[in-house]
Design a protein around this ligand. Structure first.
Ligand SMILES: Cc1cc2nc3c(=O)[nH]c(=O)nc-3n(C[C@H](O)[C@H](O)[C@H](O)COP(=O)(O)OP(=O)(O)OC[C@H]3O[C@@H](n4cnc5c(N)ncnc54)[C@H](O)[C@@H]3O)c2cc1C
Ligand SMILES: NC(=O)c1ccc[n+]([C@@H]2O[C@H](COP(=O)([O-])OP(=O)(O)OC[C@H]3O[C@@H](n4cnc5c(N)ncnc54)[C@H](O)[C@@H]3O)[C@@H](O)[C@H]2O)c1
Length: 408
């Protein structure tokens, strides 16, 4: 009989699941399989301090190199799982060998969406997901005087900030009317547009990229659909991700915008679980399924999944959380708002100085809050979001009314 707990995807979520299984006293075999050559590492520094050369490579890893052997975790790097057979309880590796499992956790994450454009394969066109991508982009910053960034989402804006700090001229090309518009809405998206403008970024919104131009196989700019040309010595593309749910789909699991799970992170197969970017998990607080593409989710969800795999009756219901650092702006966001799913934004503090909290409300209820350069308040924001009751907007805007006074 198979006794192994097998984890596919050796990144933050996979490593945290292995850690929790051991912490919870699981003494059986754990096999952690990942196609990258690096042991599990965290991605946020790749667009921030690591990209800027301010953080050493050793700081990005989830565990010290010896941790896996010390905890009897069979870490198999540079190894791709090509299929899952739920009936046989086996995964197949690229070399054709098979590994049996008692329980399987899929933490296969996500991959950058590629731009199907002429010139997209030129040298000098960069996507950012892995540590070697970050190394190449840092080299590009050192060699280039101007770059173009396609997409003003998280990748686009964080790499833009890093490029400006490295002294590189940047043109940002975004299809929507503002940066981060889907997730933050117009009111707060304007704050990020202002931030980058103040740092000398050439922001172009509502544009359609037609082609990446180049010669001798090397990118030298971007042509827009209106015929204009933006010269650039390197092009960084950050136009979103797609969840790596192909294995699950081929295995017959329910897949809809990622692997569909219950609140205990269990998929439609009782012995297969999913967490992190790839999981579309039922969230009890929100009363719906959500797929979260952020670090805190990949950090925390696997702890619930591991306990569920061990038979504990647990549910993942933390308030969704993420953060960003761009130039001197640091922020934390807690909550969840569907694109356009709010009817009011309440600001508390000084928006001009970028020291404020923004709250997104629907029918008077706080759905999410974001603290910008204001610290030690995110737990209080999470309590307000979790409370889910209507609040007085004028009092919410008043910095003299403690957040703890709002219904929790
Ligand atoms: C540059 C960058 C900066 C970020 N910054 C922030 C931030 O500041 N704040 C924030 O909240 N979030 C941030 N994020 C998002 C956060 O890093 C992700 O949400 C998180 O990495 C998801 O973790 P994961 O383990 O679910 O998936 P991933 O990190 O995508 O890891 C999945 C792993 O599975 C492997 N894999 C996939 N398929 C197979 C297979 N068939 N066989 C074997 N292995 C496989 C992949 O190679 C990969 O190593 C950032 C992301 C990036 C790329
Ligand atoms: N601080 C953070 O939380 C953080 C930081 C970096 C990355 N990430 C994660 O990494 C993943 C990738 O980030 P991302 O920035 O690529 O995705 P994103 O979804 O945040 O943003 C993509 C942006 O590209 C734009 N876009 C799409 N197609 C376009 C096109 N053809 N031309 C121009 N613009 C186009 C979209 O309108 C959007 O603004 C996401 O999961 C993100 O959550 C998170």
């Amino acid at each position: 009989m198979n006794t192994a707990y097998v984890i596919v995807g050796a990144s933050l979520a996979g490593a945290k699941a292995a850690e929790t299984l051991r912490e919870e006293g699981f003494a059986g075999p754990i096999v952690l399989i990942g196609e990258e050559t690096e042991r599990p590492y965290e991605r946020p520094p790749l667009s921030k301090d690591y990209l800027l050369g301010k953080a050493e490579r050793e700081t990005i890893y989830v565990h010290p190199a010896g941790w896996y052997a010390e905890h009897d975790v069979d870490l198999r790097l540079a190894t791709t799982v090509t299929s899952v057979d739920p009936a046989a309880h086996e995964v197949t590796l690229a070399d054709g060998s098979r590994i049996g499992y008692a329980k399987l956790l899929l933490t296969t994450g996500s991959s950058p969406r590629r731009l199907p454009l002429p010139g997209a394969d030129f040298d000098g066109v960069h996507y950012l997901r892995r540590v070697d991508d970050s190394d190449r982009i840092r080299d590009a910053f050192a060699a280039a005087s101007r770059i173009a960034v396609i997409g003003a989402g998280w990748i686009g804006l964080e790499t833009t900030a890093a490029a400006r700090l490295a002294g590189v001229e940047v043109t940002v090309l975004e299809a929507a009317e503002l940066p981060l518009l889907r997730v933050l809405g117009r009111e707060v998206a304007e704050v990020f547009a202002g931030l980058h403008r103040e740092h000398g970024v050439d922001l172009r919104f509502g544009v359609q990229v037609a082609e990446i131009t180049g010669s001798d196989g090397r990118a030298d700019g971007v042509r827009l659909a209106d015929g204009s040309h933006i010269p650039a010595e390197a092009v960084i593309v950050g136009v979103g991700i797609t969840p790596n749910s192909q294995l699950a789909e081929a295995a017959g699991l329910e897949v809809r915008n990622g692997i569909v799970t219950d609140a205990g992170l269990r998929s439609s197969d009782p012995d297969i679980y999913a967490t992190g970017d790839v999981a579309n998990a039922y969230h009890p607080l929100l009363g719906r399924h959500i797929r979260v593409e952020h670090w805190a989710n990949a950090l925390n969800q696997p702890q619930t999944a591991a306990r569920a795999m061990l038979g504990q009756d647990v549910a993942y219901d933390l308030v969704p959380y993420f953060y960003t650092d761009q130039y001197d702006l640091g922020m934390e966001y807690a909550g969840y708002v569907e694109p356009g799913g709010y009817d009011q934004v309440v600001f508390r503090g000084d928006v001009q100085r970028r020291e404020f909290i923004a709250f997104w409300l629907a029918s008077g209820r706080v759905l999410a809050g974001m603290n910008v350069n204001v610290w030690d308040v995110n737990e209080a924001i999470q309590a307000v979001v979790r409370g889910g009751r209507a609040v007085d907007a004028a009092r919410l805007a008043d910095v003299d009314v403690p957040l703890e006074e709002f219904p929790g």
